[in-house]
Design a protein. Structure first.
Length: 197
């Protein structure tokens, strides 16, 4: 019988979660079975339950790990002694890099979160809302400091978040596109049109 291959830095559970993210992205959470996941991992379905409680638990792990990464990064950026413009640039670059480096998991967190069950669904939605509120406050600070144009902060954040989520379409269809060029172009288009001159 095959075994789940782990490495020194990656646990068996992490291997399962990563494979689950790929399947959930390709087929959707509802259409993916634990049997399919087991086949993808290379073990019997019963062996998965030695490491994971349920399919729902896998979705929770994926969604909350991504949410946690975004919240930790935002806290670090908020505490930096840099301008609001630089903070927004750091946030945009982080979003773009997360989509490129953790495409499957970010995609699942963006699209399959609706399949979470309470209390996890309510918790996840609350985290998303608070994250957006913090970003809106950052834009407000930039306007008060006269670093940004007097724009509607919620519209600015909606535009930025929608645009960086759109990177998934680029990622899916990319040929020989340079990711650093993509990142720089998006920062220039999204951010530097907001700066007060």
């Amino acid at each position: 019988m095959a075994k789940i291959v782990s490495t020194k830095n990656v646990s068996k559970k992490e291997v399962i979660v990563k494979k689950a993210a790929v399947l959930f992205r390709k087929k959707g959470f509802a259409a993916t079975s634990m049997r399919e996941l087991a086949e993808n991992v290379g073990v019997e379905a019963s062996s998965l339950y030695n490491h994971i409680g349920s399919k729902g638990e896998l979705l929770q792990l994926i969604c909350f790990e991504i949410a946690n990464d975004f919240n930790i990064q935002l806290s670090e950026i908020e505490n930096k002694k840099i301008s609001t413009v630089q903070k927004l640039e750091n946030i945009i670059r982080f979003h773009i890099n997360m989509m490129q480096d953790y495409y499957d998991a970010v995609y699942v967190a963006n699209h399959e979160w609706k399949q979470l069950e309470d209390p996890f669904l309510s918790n996840f939605l609350q985290q998303r809302k608070l994250y957006e509120v913090r970003l809106i406050e950052l834009v407000n600070q930039g306007i008060l400091k006269k670093e940004l144009k007097p724009i509607e902060p919620s519209v600015a954040i909606l535009t930025i978040l929608s645009a960086v989520r759109g990177v998934e379409f680029w990622y899916r269809h990319k040929k020989n596109n340079d990711r650093q060029q993509l990142e720089n172009n998006m920062v220039n288009h999204l951010l530097y049109g907001l700066i007060k001159k």
